[in-house]
Design a protein around this ligand. Structure first.
Ligand code: HXC
Length: 258
């Protein structure tokens, strides 16, 4: 499939999606988000793929929603046109792991998109922020909801109310990103992490993603019960037999996703 606003490729069991509107610092518009959703759904359905990486350019993961496209909209346009809900959150339907590899700016909708991924690997050049307040709007794709869950109320309030940016070190300290790597190693590190995940048992990986996400949607007691159900179901998998047999035989496991 060919796209105009993203570039896609596969390397072994890993799919790589690059946001590609370089002149606008990968500003996110409906066309780009539509293509991103299509590509994600295609890789979700592709049995060869076990993990997906989303990245941008050296200068920007994404500098937010396209301000030029939004400037003249009025309430009824965004409400009736289902701005955001129409295609911004397709990524939430993806059960395979999705890693954000972020260099440069991840602002507004760009930061929100990164937060919709399962984890963020940041280049040392990464800058995160929710600057919407400076444009006279509130964050609209999870900035006020996912950021406090990822960092803390104090940090999220600071970021959303001032619109300032935080660098990679601050973002890692706050828990927004899982690791920082040198900018020239970002893609290599993200692809290696994704490749390692893709070599594991896909049903187990999907259960782990589902279970960790459940921690944000439920009480601790409900989440623990949910996890236990997932744990018990692993013992119905051939991959559990293979994983434990391989350990005992001191050899790498050969998972069959079954
Ligand atoms: C449209 C954008 C853009 C954006 C940058 N550009 N961000 N176009 N929408 N969000 C364009 C610029 O207009 C410019 O185009 C080109 O990209 C390069 O940007 P510069 O500003 O010249 O680069 P620089 O001086 O390096 O500054 C980088 C920057 C700045 C700090 C990232 O561009 C900036 O502040 N951008 C806006 C960030 C922002 O407010 N994001 C939140 C958007 S609202 P030309 O043609 O002039 O070269 C949002 C709401 C989400 O995300 C709601 C949920 C969907």
């Amino acid at each position: 499939m060919s796209y105009e606003n993203i570039l896609v490729e596969t390397q072994g069991k890993v799919a790589l999606i690059r946001l590609n509107r370089p002149k606008a610092l990968n500003a996110l518009n409906d066309a780009l988000m539509g293509e991103l959703g299509e590509a994600l759904l295609a890789f979700e359905a592709d049995e060869q793929i076990g993990c997906i990486v989303i990245t941008g350019s050296e200068k920007a993961f994404a500098a937010g929603a396209d301000i030029l496209g939004m400037a003249s909209l009025n309430f009824i346009d965004v409400h009736k046109g289902e701005f955001i809900t129409r295609n911004w959150e397709t990524i939430r339907r993806i059960r395979k792991p999705v890693i954000a590899a972020v260099a440069g700016f991840a602002l507004g909708g760009g930061c929100e998109l990164a937060m919709m991924c399962d984890f963020i690997i940041a280049a040392d050049t990464a800058k995160f922020g929710q600057p919407e307040v400076k444009l006279g709007i509130v964050p609209g794709a999870g900035g006020t909801q996912r950021l406090p869950r990822a960092v803390s109320k104090a940090k999220a309030m600071d970021m959303c109310l001032t619109g300032r940016m935080m660098d990679a070190v601050e973002a890692e300290r706050a828990g927004l990103v899982s690791r920082i790597v040198p900018a020239d190693k970002l893609l290599e590190e993200a692809m290696t992490a994704a490749g390692n995940i893709a070599d594991l048992s896909l049903p187990v990986v999907m259960m782990i993603k589902d279970s960790v996400n459940r921690a944000y949607e439920s009480t601790l007691a409900e989440g623990i019960k949910y996890e236990r159900g997932q744990f018990y179901s692993c013992f119905a998998l051939e991959d559990q037999k293979e994983g434990m047999k391989a350990f005992i035989e001191k050899r790498p496991a050969n998972f069959k996703n079954a």
